[in-house]
Each structure stands twice: as C-alpha cells, then as structure tokens.
Design a binder for this molecule. Structure first.
Ligand SMILES: [Zn+2]
Length: 512
C-alpha cells in the first residue's frame, strides 16, 4: 500500500514537472520568436548593457509565463487563446523587423478608419502567420494529449496571484505595456480611452470673443525637453544655435514650467489653467477655440504620439496630421522634426489667417534618434540606450547635437514665414537634466527640467504693424513667467479680445 502511494507521488511529481516544462516551452516560443523583436535594435555598448537588456527581456518573459500558466489550466481556454497570442505576436513582430514599426494608437486609428489593411498583406507575412499558427496548433494538440493537471485549485490560485503581482508593479507594467505581445492589449485600451476623451464635451470659450484682429499667421512650435541654458543665444558656451543667433528673436530664458513631463505639461500650456486653477486643463477648451471663432484655419502637426491628456486639443484643430505615426520610445531609428516640413509647406500656402501648431520630438531621449548624421558635430556621442553606460560628456554631446538640428529646423520654419505677416512662438514643454546631482532626462525633479527654452520671432511685416508688441517683449524678456503666459500671449499676438484673456499673464503687457 505504502509502495503504491510512493509510486503515485512520483508520477504526480513527474506530471507537475511536465506541466511546468510545457508552460515554459510554450512561453519561450512566443518570447524568443516574437517578443525579442522589440530588443534587437536597442543600442548597446558592452556586455553589461546586453545583460541589462537580457534581464528586461527576462522580466517580460516571466510576465508572459504567468499569462500562459493561467490560460493553460483549462485546455479549451488554452486552445482558443494561445493561437491568438501567436497570431497577433507574429504580425506585430513582422512589422517590427521589416519596417521598424511599433504598434501605436495612431496605427490602430489608421487600421480601423482607412480600410487599407489589404495593402499591408504580403506573401512573407502570410508565411510567417501560417508557420506561427501551425506551431501554436501543435502546442495545443500536445496540451490536449499529454498534459494532466493535478491540484487545479491550488495552481489556479498561484497563477492568478503571480499574474496580479507582476501586472501591478509599475516598473514592470510600464515597459511591458509597449512591447509584444502585451502592447496589443494595452495600446488597444489606450486607443479607445483616447477616442472617448477626444469626443468628450468641454466648456466653450469662444462665446466671449469681442474682437478678432487682422489676417495673420501664428505658429506655435511646442518643443520637447529643450532646456533654456543650452542655447547659444542664451549664453551657452557652445554655438548650438548658429542660425537663430543671426535672427532678431526675443528669448525668454527664465520661463518656469511646473510640470516636468509632456503629458502633464501640454494641457496646462494650451489652456487657461494656472497654478490657482490647474483643473481647467482638463475641463476647458484651449485657445484654439477662440482662434477658430475668429476664422483662423487651425492645424496640428504631430511628431509625437497622442496622449489622453492632450488628445482633446489635437482634435480641436480643423486638421490633424501625424509624421512618424509608427514610432515609440522603444524604436531607435531616426525620428526627426524635419519630417513635419512637407505638411507645414502644404498648409502655409493656403490661407492668410491660420494657426499651425507643431508638436515636435525635439531633444527627447534617445537623443541620437532625433538628429540626422549630418548634425553630429559634438563627439563622442552616446552609444547605449542604458543612460548610465554613457559618459556625461557623451550624453551632453548627443543632447547638444539635437539642438543644432532643432536650430536648423527653426531656421527652415522662419524662412517659410519671412515674407508673410506672421508671428512664431517657441516653447518647450519642459527642460532636461543632464547629470546634475546624478539626475538625468525628465519626469523627475531637478532645476534644469523646470526651465524650458522659449523665444518669439516676428516677420518684418508683423513687426512693422506691431512695433509696440515688439517693444513690450524686449522690455519683458528678463522677467520671470510661468508657462501660464502662453494662452494669453498667443491670443494677444493676433489681437483677439475676450473676457477669458488675462493681460497680467501676457508677455505683451508692460508693467507701469
Ligand atoms: Zn516632454
């Protein structure tokens, strides 16, 4: 009897081992075959960097293991979901390898709305999908024929707890939400929540407009991670702005941004929200509402992905155009602001009364992705996406090269506005830390992150028509402002008058 019990225990252990080995192999099929596509192009410098990437991949595979553990507890659930995971992962990996494309909410928008799905299908894609499904079906058949699970309740509890634990640690959840196969779920959820946000109702501002000013063009370049003190025209020792230093621009080097990352900062810049009424950023429309009321044709040119916090304003504009809709923080090929110029050209010819907002990628990390090779003046540059694997000198060189390119981009925009009646406002969403007190990048707290670059340029005709405005900026350029100035300043720049404009915030108001 005892011998029989021992034998039974041994068989049970063998069955357990076989089950866990099965989950592991089913996980590795997806993990090596598809998830790894998101890691191959990551710039790495040495063995240590590769090891860190390998660990990040390992954490992703562990999360995947918990999912496959959970679904494999029931063979019918497994037969349905495992082939679906393989199917979608293979499609996402195919586009990642062949086109450097990652799944974004904009890609989903194009997919759902343009009905152009068939043009993306190729014989190789079909082959990849068929092979993946074949492997998935073999795994499912094996699950049906060879896997017996004991202690199903205990296994269910362990699998569920592991799944909940891994998906509730922000440091794990965030990176996996943008990677295969989890991005399919997380990006789809984001897509629908952004769509809902874009269509919500917000308080109208335009009913208060009392005067609309003359025909003119106003351009707002919403910058990214550009700190004021790295611009040559603000006194930086390197000549990072050879073009703009030659222009008659008025720079405001002491603008304070309370928020240190894009998603928090952009809604506050575009709306009437200020430190006393921060919630207005999520309740009211932006200044675009008043521009439209005054007959401005409004355009949003995006070189960044939309976010729930500001997608409302993107849709507020008459036209919304994306450059680089297929890029995310985990894609490391070139992603530059010059890609916005063709769209800018197509609109700037059309109307005498228009507003163009360009949401640029500017100086965002990974810096080397955001300037063409021709702008690699400061060397050596970074060669790893692991920040700490680069020297401070390499980080600053790469960062300054992004500014050299941004300066060229500004010059291109100014050249297109020179013969028009136009005003151009540049404001970065926040600054960037470059190793001060060991702090890097943004979305954290350090002084340089709170001081974004900001300047204004006026075309000769605009300046001739508005000498008092030019004079006011000159008088105010050393004053301290918060980014709250933008809403009121941009409306005053085109002479719109309304109760919602508070002149005390405006850069055009001269103190007596
Ligand atoms: Zn930003």
């Amino acid at each position: 009897m005892r011998k029989f019990a021992q034998k039974r225990k041994l068989i049970n252990m063998k069955e357990h081992f076989k089950f866990y080995l099965f989950i592991t192999l089913a996980t590795l099929l997806v993990g090596i075959g598809f998830t790894s596509a998101d890691f191959f192009t990551s710039p790495v410098h040495n063995f240590k960097d590769s090891f860190i990437l390998f660990l990040q991949w390992g954490i992703l595979v562990m999360a995947l293991w918990s999912v496959i553990y959970l679904i494999s507890l029931n063979k019918y659930v497994f037969a349905l979901l495992y082939p679906l995971i393989c199917l979608f992962s293979s499609i996402l990996a195919y586009f990642r390898y062949t086109m450097g494309t990652t799944l974004t909410t904009v890609i989903l928008e194009v997919f759902f709305d343009n009905h152009s799905q068939t043009t993306l299908i190729s014989p190789i894609l079909i082959l990849v999908v068929v092979l993946s499904l074949l492997c998935a079906v073999l795994v499912v058949i094996y699950r049906f024929r060879n896997i017996t699970i004991h202690h199903i309740l205990l296994n269910s509890i362990i699998a569920f707890l592991l799944f909940v634990l891994l998906f509730n640690i922000p440091r794990i959840k965030h990176p996996l939400s943008e990677r295969i196969p989890f991005n399919l779920y997380f990006i789809t959820v984001q897509y629908f929540s952004q769509k809902k946000e874009a269509l919500t109702e917000r308080s109208v501002l335009s009913k208060d407009v009392t005067s609309c000013g003359e025909d003119q063009i106003v351009v707002l370049i919403l910058g990214e991670s550009l700190r004021a003190d790295h611009l040559a025209f603000n006194g930086y020792e390197r000549n990072t702005t050879p073009y703009l230093s030659q222009e008659d621009i008025i720079s405001f080097p002491t603008i304070f941004s309370e928020y240190t990352h894009t998603n928090a900062s952009v809604p506050h810049i575009l709306t009437r929200a200020d430190s006393l009424n921060p919630d207005l950023a999520y309740q009211e429309r932006s200044f675009v509402d008043l521009l439209k009321q005054c007959g401005f044709y409004t355009v949003w040119l995006a070189n960044q992905q939309p976010n729930k916090s500001y997608i409302y304003f993107m849709n507020e504009c008459d036209t919304l155009i994306y450059a680089n809709a297929n890029k995310s923080a985990y894609v490391f090929d070139k992603w530059v602001d010059g890609d916005l110029l063709p769209a800018f050209d197509s609109f700037i010819q059309n109307d005498d009364r228009q507003f163009i907002l360009m949401h640029t990628i500017g100086s965002h990390w990974y810096y080397n992705s955001h300037f063409p090779d021709a702008f690699q003046k400061y060397t050596p540059i970074t060669n790893s996406r692991i920040v700490k694997s680069n020297t401070r000198e390499e980080m600053i060189n790469s960062y300054d090269n992004t500014i050299l390119y941004t300066d060229y981009f500004w010059h291109e925009i100014i050249n297109r506005l020179r013969d028009k009646k136009a005003v151009l406002i540049y404001l970065s969403d926040h600054g960037e830390a470059l190793g001060e007190n060991g702090v890097w990048l943004h979305a954290t707290d350090a002084d340089p992150i709170h001081y974004p670059a900001c300047w204004i340029w006026m075309s000769p005709q605009y300046k001739a028509d508005n000498p008092e405005k030019y004079q006011a900026l000159q008088e105010n350029k050393a004053n301290h402002y918060r980014t709250d100035f933008l809403f009121h300043t941009i409306l005053q720049a085109v002479d719109i008058q309304s109760d919602v404009i508070d002149a005390t915030f405006s850069l055009f108001t001269v103190s007596p």
